[in-house]
Design a protein around this ligand. Sequence first.
Ligand code: SF4
Length: 757
Amino acid sequence: MEIDAAREVRTTCPYCGVGCGVLAKVAADGQVSVRGDPDHPANFGRLCSKGSALAETIDLDGRLLHPEIHGRRAGWDEALDLVASTFSQTIAEHGPDAVAFYVSGQLLTEDYYVANKLMKGFVGSANIDTNSRLCMASSVAGHRRAFGSDTVPGTYDDLELADLIVLVGSNLAWCHPVLYQRIAAAREKRPEMKIVLVDPRRTMTADIADMHLAIAPDGDVALFTGLLAYLGQHNALDRAYITAHTTGFGQALFAASVLDLAGVAAATGLSEDELGRFYGLFAATPKTVTVYSQGVNQSSSGTDKVNAIINCHLATGRIGRPGEGPFSVTGQPNAMGGREVGGMANMLAAHMEIENPEHRERVQRFWNAPAIAGKPGLKAVEMFQALAEGRIKALWIMATNPVDSMPDADAVEAAIKACPFVVVSDVLAETDTVRHAHVRLPAAAWGEKDGTVTNSERRISRQRAFLPMPGEARPDWLIVAEVGMRMGFGGAFSYETPGEVFAEHAALSGFENDGARDFDIGAYGEIDGEGYEALEPFQWPAPSRADPFWPAGHLPLEGGDTQLRGLRTSSSAGDWRKPSGELISPLEGEMAGRPEGVGTTELQPIRFFADGGYFTPDRKARFIAIRPTTEIRTSPDYPLILNTGRIRDHWHTMTRTGKSPRLSQHIAEPFVEIHPVDAQRFGIGDADIARVSSPRGDVLVRALVTARQRQGSLFAPMHWTDQFAAKGRLDTLTAPLTDPISGQPALKHVAVRIEKF
Ligand code: SF4
């Protein structure tokens, strides 16, 4: 590609699920600079430390630049032929379920779409799962149980419009920093806004909270079933909403009422006074958003936690209105896009259900596919167990590093080593996973490839290339399509551009969709190459099929870009602009009193669920009856509970952020937080090197003695690998224990012991 040194390219940050808009520019001397996109409605120009350092992480050091077979350089044709023939032969000999793809929330939607289509529609297996399983599968399962679809009912604007924000298991200040900044800015303008943090640790997020509930690990189900019971006892229910728009309330309330307040206090480790104050505040504040993240999802009761939260919002009718609703914040940049194309083993494309024969038939017909997966495939943990047992004989890993990030990581590494045929497509030549690949395929990186991502508020944004692809690197969608064609599936994979893939994805979402399915970007109209290039960030659903806001079938370019964007609506209060064209948030618009020219949105805002209309057969939401349970996993040998998570300046296994000296300055080495009482009990001093052990392995980390940590619990970040710290691979400790419904691993509740090294 030709680089235009004068032009800033509008793209999207590749790290977290906030999905911030980025303006990237390559100077004449080749230096790349980035800044926040003031016109992106997720961040309004803000970036966090990771986003700001993007230019420091895109050098070619360590890049995989050519295909390799068994460690020798190979041509693309040879490598792709080998992948296609080995997968075809394995399927012929052992059946379609003997092969699998393990993909990633780092992939763009177009990559995800093609991989999902190949596996589910042409191989005929659903053995495609993603590292997003580790991130938000419990939210997906909870949404589907309650709403009949995987629909996130909130938007970021709601966070600014709420009077009460309850953050559950979410260190937003470090893990979704720009959302935290938006809340902090809103709070400054509206000091009456209240914030409650529910987290075993006193994280940086607690600095903004009016109340920090240092809950016992996995006490969330008890906390929110207790809240439902409290709402029932204190006349704080919206009975009209419950009657009109939900079913199952009586059973849910009955199940929630098994514990009295003292029982909830015992199960949560909170005092009755703390519970009473939180419950009273929730009951008294109609405009409440409950934000939850991995502390809820990464649990053996993750789906029940999600539904316990949703139950409280349904019971109060606080859903689908500005400033109200349960809101799952996604970890990865494109976990949502992966959900939309069905990139998980238990979902079909375009939010259709793999268990639904009508949906299977429809997708198969749309794809003109020879086969369609007839049942859910193996979820991530099951997939690597099947690999260990020899049931999967050919595995393709795309854009992820499971040897370091999967629970029970040593067992996962052994399973990958034992697999007869492993393909890895990645940007790096040497990760702990890439080194076990029989075939290594060089993938294009952020800044080099084009596509779309969907952030946590259902906003689809473009990622755009501003750098040439180095060496022989190719985009993932093209690599997968080339293999599909070589497997004999010809025209179904003959895409020439990512825009063609996106157009097919959009068309499938609208195919025979009469509104009974939630995901429908086809309603915006057909999109051509020009429209794809110019695509502005937008949220689904479309306002209505009859009134699409791409009136010409694609985004028209003439007439003034600003004016056109001013006509758009988000799914909450709409995109508001000052007469100068500057994009502002709805809160800023309200604060400004909507002067003339501000709030140019003509289309009425569309909201999910405010007046019912869920995606169940009777269009009613489901209460889920949940009994509070407490599972104790500690033992005399492993008396502490380890909670794993992220730090502010690193991302996943540091393959990208580890390149930036600036990001590594924040926290330079792996650590474990321990409460002073536990430190004394186990003979650990501040800054000692400590050995943390579970039945599966051990790590050596620096001890940080702090009262921020709950007594009986430890916290350690999950980023470091042996490349960055000797014996620092935290997921050698974690267990392959999963939520029974979502299959999401319980990465925040691992029984361990600690000793001075
Ligand atoms: Fe990137 Fe997330 Fe930071 Fe935004 S908040 S700049 S998406 S890492």
